[in-house]
Design a protein around this ligand. Structure first.
Ligand code: PMP
Length: 304
């Protein structure tokens, strides 16, 4: 098998030599934060394009600030080392990139005070994340962590226990993905994706104040809906029952891309098929993320 290279302790190294110890704080207490980034292989251009690379690292540095993780890299340095890593692995396929910033000390206390911090980046070939083309989902009984408990908007590793519990519950009940409500009962997001509702030709999505992660795909969809199709987005709280009556529903996320939802809690959404607006936005998103759309090429960083 070919070697896989990762970024670890300031260098690009063979993944096999990386072995964080069992005492590591990130492992013991989840004291870390991360990003999920995609790079799309464009066969026609013979190019690998990383989608909104700078914006992902801006979010990571912001998460680091909240968690007191000082990784000593600028946003541009993080972008450059990621491009180097992709080159070194010689990827010519669609890839998922996972940068992780974490507390690297082995001391026993669960504190963010100490100043031993680590950065690791690994990548892997990655196709469709959703289990199928259109999803049957359910509202989970687990509530989304409030930002004053564990700040989910920092993509804190620890917040993904909340996601994993919700996902486990709904999958064991025969659904494909979970929708979280906030503690107050408003619709929040999926276990790893934002949610949009289509109603009377407009997009509606929960605001950041409802404890969502401010998704980069969410932001892209809001922008292209307006610029390319003249569709406005309203950011406002959504109630669970409103979901059932939506014309269309879809998830957005780096891994999930734009994925239609065709039922919620066994209530059929719209016609029960992929909606017209969802389809349009999905196609446009895929085209721009893979570097096919010159108008939006600024979002794509070429690797080769
Ligand atoms: N919410 C959560 C909880 C997530 O984990 C993700 C995936 N990063 C998203 C939303 C979507 O964010 P993005 O579009 O930036 O991938």
């Amino acid at each position: 098998m070919d070697k896989t290279y990762v970024y670890y302790k300031g260098q690009i190294v063979d993944e096999n030599i990386v072995n964080p110890g069992i005492r590591n704080k990130a492992f013991n207490y989840g004291l870390g934060c991360f990003e999920g980034i995609r790079a799309y292989w464009n066969e026609e251009a013979s190019q690998l394009y990383v989608f909104r690379l700078y914006d992902h690292y801006k979010r990571l540095l912001n998460s680091c600030k909240v968690l007191n993780i000082n990784i000593q890299y600028t946003c541009q340095e993080l972008c450059d080392l990621t491009v180097e890593l992709l080159k070194k692995n010689n990827y010519k396929t669609t890839v998922y990139i996972r940068p992780l910033a974490y507390k690297s000390s082995n001391a026993i206390s669960p504190t963010l005070l100490d100043n031993e911090n680590g950065l690791a980046v690994y990548c892997q070939p990655f196709g469709r994340y959703a289990s199928k083309e259109a999803l049957d989902v359910s509202v989970t009984s687990w509530k989304r962590v409030n930002n004053n408990m564990i700040p989910g908007r920092t993509k804190a590793t620890a917040a993904y226990l909340n996601s994993a519990l919700a996902h486990l519950e709904v999958c064991q009940n025969g659904f494909d993905e979970a929708i979280f409500l906030t503690g107050e009962g408003n619709v929040c997001e999926g276990s790893g994706e934002n949610i949009f509702m289509v109603r009377d030709g407009k997009l509606i999505t929960p605001p950041p104040s409802d404890n969502i992660l401010e998704g980069i795909t969410r932001d892209t969809v809001i922008k292209i809906a307006k610029s390319d199709f003249g569709i406005d987005t309203v950011e406002r709280s959504i109630s669970r029952v409103e979901l059932y009556g939506a014309d269309e529903l879809f998830f957005t996320g780096t891994a999930m891309e734009v994925t239609p939802i065709v039922s919620v809690d066994r209530r059929v959404i719209g016609s029960g098929k992929i909606g017209t607006i969802t389809k349009m936005l999905k196609e446009q998103y895929m085209s721009l993320a893979s570097g096919d759309c010159q108008k939006h090429i600024k979002y794509c960083t070429p690797v080769y």
